[in-house]
Ligand binder design. Sequence first.
Ligand code: TXA
Ligand code: MG
Length: 386
Amino acid sequence: EQNARSMITTTQDRAAIDKAVYWLSQGEAIGMPTETVYGLAANALDASAVAKIFAAKNRPQDNPLIVHVSSLSMLESILPNGKIPDVYLPIIKRCWPGPLTIILPTSAKIPATVTCDQPTVAVRFPAHPVARALIEACGFPLAAPSANSSGKPSPTLASHVFHDLNNKIPLILDGGACTVGVESTVLDGLRNPPAILRPGGATYETLQQLKGMEQLQVYRKHFVDQALELAPTTPGMKYRHYSPEAMVILVEEEEVAMAYGNSSNYNSNNHKDTQQPSFDTVWRNELTQLLDNGIGIQKVGILTIVPDGGSMEWRETTTKDGIEYVSLQMGRQGHPDEVARGMFKGLREMDTIAVDVIFVQGVSESNEGMAVMNRLRKAATKTIII
Ligand code: TXA
Ligand code: MG
C-alpha cells in the first residue's frame, strides 16, 4: 500500500519491472535507475501522478520536469504535429539514447504540472537498459526529476534514493551505480543560437561539432539575471542545489574561473608574481582560519582529484590534534568522466561520515568537467580562487 516502506528491488528478473509497471499504472511515483542519475518517475500523461513527484521530493512547483521516452515514435506521440523539429535530427542521431535532454514545443497531452505552464517540454531518451525496458513496458512516457530530496546531491546509487525518499514512494528499482554520474545536458535547439541550459553528461565538445550547433552557447552564471527574466524556470538557476549538510568550500584555479567569466565576483587572491599554491596548502590555510575564528570543527572532508600517475584510493582517514580528516577521491586528473561519476557519491559520503566542512578540488571545464564545475559551484558555500 502507499505508506509501505520503499523497497529496493534488483532488476535481474522481469518481476521487478512488472512490479514497477504496476505502481506506475496506479499513478504512483517510483525510483528508477538511469545512466545519469536515479530518477523519481511517474506517468508523464497523468497530472495527479506527476503531483506525487513534487510532493515526494519537496520540489518547488515552478521547476519543470523531464519527460523520458523509449522510442522516437513515443516522442512523436506527444509532439504537437507528431513532428520532431529538423534542428534536432543530427543531435538525436548522435546522442540518443543517452545523457541529453532536448527542449521541444509541448502539446495538450502533457499536463501543465510537467512543464510548469511553459510552452516547451524537456524530453530525454535514456540509455540505461532498465529505464528503457520500464518505459517500454509501461507504454507511456515517464516524467522524472533526479530522485533526491530537493536541494540535496543527486543520487547515483539506489541506496541514495532510499536514504532520501524511503517511506515516500512504494518502490525503488536498483539498477546499480550510474555510469555517467551527473544529470543530462539540457539543450535548447529552438532558440537561435542554440544553447546549453544545463551542462551535463553530453559534452559541449560533442554537441558543438554537430550540424546546426556551430554557434552553440552555454548559459553561464553572468547570464543568470537576464535568463531569469526571459525564462523563470531555466535549469537550476533559481534554486540552491546539490548541497550536502556540511559547509562546502570549493578551490578552483584562476584560469578555470577566468574562462568561466565570473572571477570578478570572487575574492581572488593575487598570486601573479608568486607560485600558485597547491590545493593542499589552500585548504589547510582556510581550515586554520576557520578554527581561529572559533568555528567548531571535529571532522574535515577533503574531496580530491588523483594527480597524474597517482593511484585511486577511495578513502583515507587520519587524525591529528583531535581533528579527523577523511579524504575521498572523485577520479583521476585528466579523466573528467571519472570525476563526474565520483562527485555526487563523494558529496553524499561526506554527509554519511558527518564531516563539518568539505574542501573540494575543482577541475578544468573541458568535457564532463563543465558539468562537474557547474554542480560544484552550486553546492559551494564559498569559492577560493588560486
Ligand atoms: O539526467 C537527468 O536529466 C535526470 C534523469 C533522471 O533523467 N533528471 C533530472 O531532472 O536531472 P531534474 O528535474 O533534476 O532536472 C531537470 C532540469 C531542471 O533544471 C529543469 O529546470 C529543466 O530540466 N527543464 C525541464 N523542463 C524544461 C523546459 N521546458 N525548459 C527549460 N528547462 C527545463
Ligand atoms: Mg535535480
